[in-house]
Write a protein that binds this ligand. Structure first.
Ligand code: DON
Length: 592
């Protein structure tokens, strides 16, 4: 059955490559290079992989070169990142994959988010005083949701893969087994997290040297137990993780450490293909079709897609282009749109299998217009006037996004995570991989912020087999064409906790409203507002003058470090333009 399906996919992809190669690989016209720009994307005529780690981008690009499609390359990249980027790449976490199939012009939303174990309870993180026990919610075996990554990758392969499953995991196995040269980024990161990560003896054994010190750049890190687990997955598919030896190791680790995940939880885990959320967006003042776009993104249990569309629906009624990018006027309009979106998020968003999320209302043109009409273009509102206030705190920097486009025009936009950098910090004894701490994305107590300062309600309370609400926003932007159809224009996404949605929003606005190339758009300084706390966060690069003007309009501004790590691709006339976010040193766009 599966072979037949695979075979037919191979045939259709072959046909497709003949049918559409003229449209998707334009070697006859030169690519677009703006020599007046400081920032240039990586250009390729066929395919492109952009990820936060160059070794993993290379694995994906090699799969494209060998004739694999975007989905094959995405799967291989995801497994490679699980080895090369241990703080976010994973098999012990979960995420979301958006898939675009060029031949049929279909988009799919693959949900492989972690799930609360059967034994999870609503108040499991509350202590005797009814306060949230952060230590328990963040750094224990109980902080882990049932991992979804392997099930997600396997389902993607069953549906759309064209090469052999084993072939897609072999590069990751090699990197784990033979070892990889530690980069400055990885060495520094492991050194910075040494105290937290070496508290767990298993993590210390797997990610640190025998004497307990961090690997230095250029030294070789081998992950042999991880390689063994990957070999089982290569041989047995998803069953190599959710059943048999790997499952036994996970459950033994849970039982020895007061964890909740059982054999039944693992066996019952299902990745789900959901209906995408989409919305139209036109640049204000545009009179021709070239400036009309369609956004296709991730539905709940991610909040990302809904709020990107909601904010674009709002902003298209405001003079964003005239206000300009990185100006106080422009940032003010963004803040006021973000404020409402994050207020709505706190009340209305949760796992759609448990809670009726008002998707249609939130993404409707009419609601966006109404939000826009309530915005004072010169004066800041207070979040307490938009909805009840609460207090928040910091971001922990690591989830990871990658984007892939192949020579056939198919695309993948994938964001996956362990939640925090290195998740719970706990690695599974014998199996060599890190457990997520995704349970903290639930609202442990209504109104009390989680690690990203996000507050939630009943919609996102803990329940067995429920998925925690996410901000991950893997997204496609299509450009409407003169024939009434649409062409793939952008593939984008980012890590950054609550800041993901606003980072992706600005990446889209920079490339559409402000006309930047994808490198400029990705590199440009960003800002963020999430309703609570009532503060505008600005990156280095937003000028002091702008900050002063914002303050004069009534905003509280906080200068912060970098936010997000966008890995994006733009498609123009068949050329693929890749941009890896310079905010992460090992990120790279590799084309062919
Ligand atoms: O799903 C979410 O929204 C979070 N668990 C994402 C965490 C994240 O992006 C951390 N990295 N910056």
């Amino acid at each position: 059955m599966q072979r037949i399906k695979q075979f037919s996919i191979i045939i259709s992809i072959f046909l497709l490559s003949f049918a559409s190669s003229a449209d998707n690989t334009k070697a006859d016209t030169p690519p677009l290079i703006r020599y007046n720009s400081i920032h240039h994307p990586t250009i390729a005529p066929n395919g492109m992989v952009v990820s936060q780690n160059k070794l993993a981008s290379q694995v994906g690009a090699d799969i494209l070169k060998q004739g694999g499609n975007a989905i094959d390359a995405a799967i291989a990249t995801a497994f490679a990142l699980a080895v090369t980027l241990p703080r976010a790449g994973n098999i012990g976490g979960g995420g979301f994959m958006m898939v675009h199939i060029e031949e049929t012009d279909q988009q799919f939303a693959l949900d492989y988010r972690e799930l609360a174990p059967e034994l999870a309870t609503r108040d499991m993180y509350l202590d005797a005083n009814g306060d949230v026990d952060r230590q328990k919610a963040w750094f224990t075996h109980q902080s882990a949701g049932v991992p979804g990554t392997v099930a997600g990758m396997y389902l993607a392969w069953e549906k759309w893969g064209s090469l052999k499953w084993k072939k897609l995991i072999e590069p990751a196995i090699r990197l784990a087994d033979k070892g990889m040269s530690v980069s400055y980024d990885l060495g520094t990161n492991l050194q910075n997290r040494l105290d937290r990560l070496t508290k767990n003896p298993i993590t210390k054994q797997y990610l640190y040297k025998k004497d307990g010190s961090a690997y230095k750049a250029g030294e070789i890190l081998r992950q042999r137990d991880l390689a063994k687990t990957l070999k089982l997955i290569a041989r047995k598919g998803a069953k190599g993780f959710y059943q048999g030896k790997t499952a036994d190791l996970i459950v033994a680790d849970m039982q020895a450490n007061d964890g909740l995940i059982t054999h039944a939880d693992l066996k019952n885990y299902q990745a789900i293909i959901r209906e995408v959320v989409s919305g139209e967006f036109s640049v204000q003042g545009a009179e021709n079709t070239a400036d009309n776009y369609e956004i296709v993104s991730m539905p709940p249990p991610s909040s990302g897609g809904i709020h990107i569309i909601q904010m674009l629906n709002t902003l298209e009624h405001l003079p964003l282009k005239e206000a300009g990018r990185d100006t106080a006027e422009g940032i003010h309009l963004l803040v006021e749109a973000m404020r409402v979106a994050y207020a709505d998020r706190s009340a209305h968003l949760g796992d759609p299998d448990f809670y009726d999320v008002p998707i249609e209302f939130l993404t409707s043109e009419a609601y966006g217009k109404q939000i826009a009409s309530d915005i004072d273009q010169a004066q800041a509102r207070k979040s307490s006037d938009v909805a009840p206030v609460s207090i928040a705190k910091k971001e922990s920097p690591d989830t990871t996004h990658f984007s892939v486009v192949d020579k056939f025009g198919n695309a993948v936009s994938n964001t996956y995570t362990l939640n925090f950098s290195y998740g719970s910090g706990i690695m599974v004894k014998g199996a060599g991989f890190m457990l997520n701490n995704e349970m903290d994305d639930f609202s442990s107590k209504p109104g009390v912020p989680n690690a990203y300062g996000l507050v939630g309600s009943e919609a996102n309370s803990i329940a067995p087999n429920k998925r925690p609400l996410s901000s991950m926003t893997p997204t496609f932007v299509f450009k409407k064409n003169a024939q009434g159809g649409k062409d793939l224009f952008m593939v984008t996404g980012s890590p950054g906790g609550s800041r993901i949605i606003t980072a992706v929003l600005q990446n889209i606005l920079n490339a559409t409203v402000h006309g930047l190339n994808i490198a400029e758009s990705t590199h440009a300084p960003r800002m963020h507002h999430q309703w609570v706390p009532d503060q505008v966060f600005v990156e280095p690069g937003i000028s002091d003058d702008t900050v002063e003007e914002l303050e004069a309009m009534g905003h509280k501004v906080k200068k912060v470090s970098t936010m997000g790590s966008i890995q994006a691709i733009q498609v123009i006339d068949g050329y693929k333009y890749g941009a890896a976010d310079p905010r992460r040193p090992d990120a790279e766009a590799i084309g062919h």
